[in-house]
Design a protein around this ligand. Sequence first.
Ligand SMILES: [Zn+2]
Ligand SMILES: [Zn+2]
Length: 369
Amino acid sequence: MSDASRAVVLREFHSPLVLERAEVPEPEPGAVVARVSYGGVCGTDIHLHHGHLPMPTPVVLGHEAVGRVWRLGEGVGADLLGAPLREGDWIAWASSIPCGRCYWCLVEGERTLCEQRRVYGINQRFDDWPHLSGGWADFIYLQPGTAIVRLPEGVTPEQVISLGCAGPTVVHGVLHIAEVRFGDVVIVQGSGPVGMAAAMYSRLSGASKVILVGGPQNRLELASELGVADVYVDIFETTDPEERVQRVLGETERGRGADLVIECTGAPDSVVEGMEMTRRNGRYLVLGQYTDRGAVPINPHVITRKQLTVLGSWAFAEAHHVEYIQSLPHLSRWFDLPRLLTPYPLEDANRALADVEAGRVMKAVLATG
Ligand SMILES: [Zn+2]
Ligand SMILES: [Zn+2]
C-alpha cells in the first residue's frame, strides 16, 4: 500500500492556501522520495501568493526544505559529493534543476540564468505527476537531476533551514559576486533572513565593521542577540531617507561610506538610498529584488560621479547550495542559527505566511514532525 502525504497547495493567488492530500509515488530510477521535516517560509512565498512572479497553479509551495531519505530510486547510491545515501539519512537539496543544455548553462556557465530551470515549490504543477513537488508537505518527490547533499556530521536540520534559501543566495551574491574583502566596511540593508545571512557571511569573510539597517525592532533585537553586526539602525526610528543616509554614513570612516553595500530589502526605493551609502569607488550589490515591485527614479549621475560598481545576483545554483551546507559547521560556531526559527504545524501555513508578511517572525518554518 502506498503512503499518503498532506500538501499545502496554492490554487488561486490571494486566496487562502489549501491543505490537500496526494499519494506518495514510488521513485523512478535516479529519483528520491524524501520525508520532509521542515519547509521554510520565504519572503518570496508572500510575493508568489500575491501573484507577483509568473508561475502556474496549482502548486505545492515550499522551495526550501530539509528532510530524510524515504525511498531511493534505482541507481541512486550517493549524494552530489559522493557520500553514500541510505534510507533515513538527513538530506538537503538545491531548489532548482537547470536544464544543463542551453546557452546559459553551457556557454555562460551561469546555471541560475537557465530559462528552463525547474523550481520546486514554484513552477511544478500539483496536478501533474509526481504531484509532490514542493516542500510544504509531508513528502517531496526529488526528480532525477536534483542536487542532493547528505548533511555533514554534526549539522542539524534546524541549522539548515534557519536561513533557508537566503543562505545559498548570499553565498552566491556576497561571496562570489560582490566578494567581501578583508577589512571592508559593509552596510547591509534589510534585516530579514537574507540580511541576516549577508551580515553573517560578511563578518566571517573579514569585514572590519558591519552596519545592519533594517526593522522592525523585534528583528533587530534578535540580530543583535546573535551578534551579526556591529551597529544596528532602525528604519522605523529614522524614517526620513536622507537623515538615515547621514546617520549611516556617520558610522563609516570620515563619513566616506561603505566599501560594500548589500541590498537585502526587496523594496525598490532602498536601491536609491543604498547607492548614497556606498563610498566613492565602492561596490553596491542589489540582491533582494527577487520579485518585480516596479520602477523607481534613479539618478545615474551618482553611479558615474562616485564611480560605483553596481552588481546584481540572481538566486543560486547547486554549487552555492553545497557551499552553504558545508559552511554550516563554521557559521554555527559563531551564530546560534536555530534561534531564528519559529515553527508552525503544516495546517497553519496561512498563519505562518501572514506572520512573515507582517515581520512578526524572523524565519517561519512548517514542521511536519
Ligand atoms: Zn526563497
Ligand atoms: Zn539551461
